[in-house]
Design a protein around this ligand. Structure first.
Ligand SMILES: [Zn+2]
Length: 416
């Protein structure tokens, strides 16, 4: 019995953006694969791949090329073509570009667009299984589209920055992430976490229309490397150390106190209480507050360290710069006189960075913005897990948090 299929060729043509003089010669199935053979009609002038000038035809490329296309009824689909050549007066003999793929890619544009959609939402390993395409090829696709969008990025309006480090390859390598604090998007990812990373960013900024002299404020952690990079590159910027990093310093100090007190008492309860103590008292439930009070009473050193952490929130709740300055000063002296080694060290670090910590009361960089930026970077980092090279990891951070304008086609909008 004969089966009639109507309109399938047209659908294929649309999905690989075929227009005259290109046409589909045949569609065949070989085993569990679908193969689409594309040809081009004789006799037309065609555009040179370099300059776009219409030129006379000059035969075909030597061998047929194959591109992977989106699956058809869950079977892998391939597009075949021997592309024609033209003789350009300026560029000599050139192969005509196929409208369904970008130069040097073994995938159709629509396949790449679909791959980008998947990469936004799932780990690379999973995307690679669903697409039946190896991870290396996926990273190449990702790098191309992200790289192209970054190339056209406009940084001329950037005035406020947040700079932070993040690790990859299980903590063996670091990258520096630069965020436009006002637009809340990642604008650069650089190798390493030294002053050079900040300097490299400054070149990137200026090459994309921005200016180092326009930078009004920069927030970062307390590392000396960032500090010197920031002072060198952004002479007019107010440097702020954001609350997130100050708080982390105190929490780490408290945890060290807890661990040593735990050893003294060989206490399991204190170990179980470590998460409880990380919750600020204002955000604890009544039961949690009771448990914390009991824990702090029984273990006085940890208890004191916990109260010091809470005192930091009081510094940040100040209504003026002067008030905050006063409160930070008394917190520092409390820490230094605490007879708890880790807290004493924290006190000294805070004192050394007091000016930058208090700058937050001058800049308009609110805690909400800093926290938002931090959670954005964390989300990007989770998605970038599984990328083993700097290029893959940084492209993923850009894709998730860069708010980029990607030029690849979206296959879900084919019928719009
Ligand atoms: Zn040309």
């Amino acid at each position: 019995m004969e089966t009639r299929i109507i309109g399938l060729t047209n659908l294929f043509s649309a999905s690989i953006v075929l227009e005259e003089p290109w046409y589909i010669r045949s569609i065949e199935t070989h085993g569990a694969e679908v193969h689409v053979y594309v040809d081009i009609r004789e006799g037309n002038m065609l555009p040179c791949a370099e300059c776009g000038e219409m030129c006379l035809r000059a035969g075909y490329e030597k061998t047929e090329r194959v591109w992977r296309h989106g699956d058809v009824m869950f079977y892998p689909c391939y597009v075949h073509c021997r592309r024609p050549r033209v003789k350009c007066k300026k560029h000599g003999t050139k192969v005509v570009s196929a409208p369904w793929a970008r130069k040097n890619s073994r995938f159709t544009l629509l396949f790449e667009g679909y791959a980008m959609l998947l990469l936004m939402d799932m780990p690379i390993l999973k995307a690679s299984r669903l697409l039946r395409c190896n991870e290396k090829s996926l990273v190449r696709i990702l790098r191309h589209w992200v790289g192209e969008a970054v190339e056209h990025d406009d940084l001329s309006e950037v005035k406020q920055l947040a700079i932070d480090e993040t690790s990859f390859k299980r903590g063996h390598s670091y990258v520096t992430v630069v965020v436009d604090a006002l637009k809340r998007r990642v604008i650069d990812v650089e190798k390493g976490r030294k002053a050079e990373a900040v300097i490299d960013f400054s070149y990137h900024l200026e090459s994309k229309g921005g200016s180092c002299e326009n930078i009004e404020s920069v927030s970062s952690d307390m590392s000396g490397a960032y500090r010197s990079g920031i002072e060198y590159c952004f002479p007019y910027a107010l440097h702020t150390i954001d609350k997130f990093h100050v708080k982390k310093l105190l929490l780490d100090g408290m945890d060290e106190v807890r661990r040593s007190e735990q050893k003294e008492h060989t206490s399991k309860i204190l170990h179980l209480g470590r998460r409880l103590l990380m919750i600020p008292d204002t955000k604890q439930s009544v039961t949690q507050q009771e448990q914390t009070n009991a824990l702090c009473k029984k273990y006085p050193k940890t208890g004191r360290a916990y109260r010091m952490v809470q005192a930091l929130d009081i510094v940040y709740a100040s209504h003026s710069y002067e008030e905050a300055q006063e409160r930070l000063k008394s917190l520092c002296s409390w820490l230094r006189r605490s007879r708890l080694e880790p807290m004493k060290r924290v006190g000294l670090t805070l004192q050394k960075n007091a000016k930058e910590i208090l700058n937050v009361f001058i800049t308009k960089l609110t805690n909400a913005i800093c926290e938002g930026i931090n959670s954005m970077i964390q989300a990007a980092k989770r998605k970038a897990r599984g990328y083993h090279t700097f290029e893959g990891f940084s492209s993923m951070i850009y894709l998730i948090a860069g708010k980029l304008q990607l030029a690849c086609p979206n296959p879900l909008r084919l019928w719009e």
